[in-house]
Every structure is written in C-alpha cells, then in structure tokens.
Write a protein that binds this ligand. Sequence first.
Ligand SMILES: Cc1cc2nc3c(=O)[nH]c(=O)nc-3n(C[C@H](O)[C@H](O)[C@H](O)COP(=O)(O)OP(=O)(O)OC[C@H]3O[C@@H](n4cnc5c(N)ncnc54)[C@H](O)[C@@H]3O)c2cc1C
Length: 366
Amino acid sequence: MVGSGPAGLTFARVLHRHGYPVAVLERDPAPGARPRGGTLDLHEGLGQLALDKAGLLAEFQALSRPEGQAMRILDADGTVLRDWRPRPDDRANPEIDRGQLRDLLLGELDVQWGRAVTQVVPGTRDGVLVHFAEGREETFDLVVGADGAWSRIRPAVSSVTPHYTGVTLVETSLDDVDTRHPDLAGLIGDGSVAVYGVNRALVAQRNSGGHAKVYAQFRAPLDWHTNLDLADVEAVRSGLLALFDGWAAPVLDLLRHGTAFVHRPLYVLPVSHTWTHIPGVTLLGDAAHLMPPLGAGANLAMLEGAELAESIATDPGDLDKAVRAFEEQMWARAGRWSKITTAGLERLVSPDPAEALALFDEVQPS
Ligand SMILES: Cc1cc2nc3c(=O)[nH]c(=O)nc-3n(C[C@H](O)[C@H](O)[C@H](O)COP(=O)(O)OP(=O)(O)OC[C@H]3O[C@@H](n4cnc5c(N)ncnc54)[C@H](O)[C@@H]3O)c2cc1C
C-alpha cells in the first residue's frame, strides 16, 4: 500500500481487521508533518459504510459533528438566500476534521513513514519492483497506489495525467473564531456558509475547536498570480480582496481576518478514467479518479479501500481475481461521481450565481 490518506489507511485497517498484515509506505516523514487540513463530511452509504467495515463507526459517531451539516447560502450583497439546519437525529453527512479521521484510522497500524515511492515496475520475475526516493528497491506481490492526485504508481497502469479545471481555490484559516471573530462565527454558524457571485465563490466551514477554513474559489488562468508573490500573505489578501471587490463587507471579513493563504488550483483526471488491468498493481482514491472537491473524493477513497480489502480477504488465494473484480466496481461508481462533481463545479463557480442556488435546491432537503 502506497499512501496513508483516507484510501490507504482504510484499506490497511480493514485488511488488518481480517487478519492480514499490510505494509503502508508513506512519503511524509511523520504523522504530523503537514498541516492536517480541513473538515470532511462522510456520507452514510460511502465513508460511514467504510468505517463500519473497519469496525470504527461508533468511534466516528462520537467524534463527528452532525450539527456541521448546517448550510447557509448568501448572495454577494450578503442577503441570506437559504439557511438549512439538520434535524437533531440527522446523521446522513456529519463532519469530522481530517486530522481526527486520520488518527482514528491510524490506530495501531504500522506505517513506514518517510518512504517516498518514485516508481513501480510490474511484471518482474520476483513481483512488482518498487523504487524508493532513498535509493532502495523492494518487490511486492501487489502494489496498491493510494498516493493521491500526483500518484507515482499511476504511470504503471495509465499514461493519463491530471488537467486544470479552470477553477482555483485559495484557502485560509480563522482561529478561535468564537472569541476573536464572533460576527464571523455567527455568519458561519454550526456548519458552512457559501456566498456565490459571478465566476466566484467564498465558502467558510467550521472545524472543531473554534477553527474555521475559508475557501476563495474563482475561474482564472493557471498563471493568474504572475504579478503576485504567493508567499506574501498581505499581497495575496489584497489580490483576493480585489477579485471579490464589491462584495458585502461582512463577507469580505472572511478574507480580511484569514491567516496564511494556501494556493490550490483544482486539477482533475478525465471523467471515467480506466485502464487495462495490469497484474500486481492497482489504484484507489484520487490516484484513480481525482475529481472536483465537492464532498465525494474522501468518501469514495475510503469505501474503495474497504472494498478492495474485503475482496482480497474473501479470496486471498487469487489476488488478481480480487483486484479485477474490485476495479470494475470502482470504475463504475467513480465514473458516476466524477460526472456529478464535474457538472457541480461548473454550476457552483459559474457566470450565473443562480445556478449554484439551483444546484443546492436540488440536493438539499427543504
Ligand atoms: C479543499 C478540499 C476539500 C475537500 N473536502 C472533501 C469533503 O468534504 N469530502 C470528501 O469526501 N472529499 C473532500 N475532498 C477530497 C479529498 O480530500 C480527497 O479526495 C481524498 O483526500 C483522497 O484520498 P486519497 O487517500 O486517495 O489521497 P490523499 O488524501 O491525497 O492521500 C495520499 C497520501 O499518499 C502520500 N503520498 C503521495 N505521494 C507518495 C509517494 N510517492 N510515496 C509515498 N506516499 C505518497 C501522501 O503524502 C498522502 O498521505 C476535498 C479536497 C479538497 C482539496
């Protein structure tokens, strides 16, 4: 297993539960080496199902935030257009911090930190040859690439690479929002607030511990920042405030009070990415089907991890059969979600902000 994101850890955890050890090879030098990221909503039939298969659903329920399903939509003038609150018993899509989910999945798993894979070569006499950045090589029966968007395993099965969607996301954070920015805490509420304008959106999401993430999203060429030093916090803030010029002051305060800014141009793989099956290598999660971040990627990644593990545990004597069956199932489901999220991004960051509202009206219970 290469990668200890949601896909890799769920795979390892479920396989471990069935009594099979798995080597998890992770590029990061330690669990806390990178900022732990924002919040994820885990759906009942996807991410939560995967946690159930891992025996972790009860622990998830204790950690997760069902109230985080609340969603408020504003227009650029600050007018509240929708204000959805979950019912007290609604557990369809509760939120959990990405760091909490990682700790939950990690448990006692034995991850080999600091082991960046550079290349895999299937079909050698001893199995699949894995090259590591530190210069070593090892062979394995099966290599599962769960190493995300810029997978080093993917080239062994597919020549496809991610392409830019035309939408860029710049992420910032608010700390101690309830005490330091009570007005913004009120605006964000228990869950998320999203503001839609022409080819632009601002989304803020409450995480646990009084932390909030803010995402500025806009259509722009990849080189939109050529005259901007992305490492200069104040320059990026001014650049963003100029992009959102004319929006209501309380909404722009989400950017005015943001701390560091992280630049994330959104890349995707083609919708319905598949490959000719190669014995000994497969892909899971973003490595297989990177799609716009509309609440599906981690969910699919986890369910795929759980399903591949179950498939292998059911028929450990025929790894190749288990992997083939899994791939067919993954491709069909991921293809459907890829279409949904690609169409969704077109409508959420669109020339007509009414499209974003219409999309929410279609998917949110009223
Ligand atoms: C802003 C944002 C918000 C999102 N919100 C949601 C949400 O609410 N719900 C949802 O379902 N999805 C969400 N997503 C999508 C979700 O984050 C991804 O789909 C998910 O993380 C994919 O999991 P993964 O395990 O496939 O890959 P990753 O999470 O990318 O994990 C890959 C792992 O592999 C490691 N790795 C990479 N290269 C190597 C290498 N060469 N050797 C060894 N290890 C390597 C990495 O360090 C990492 O640990 C969001 C995405 C973004 C950007």
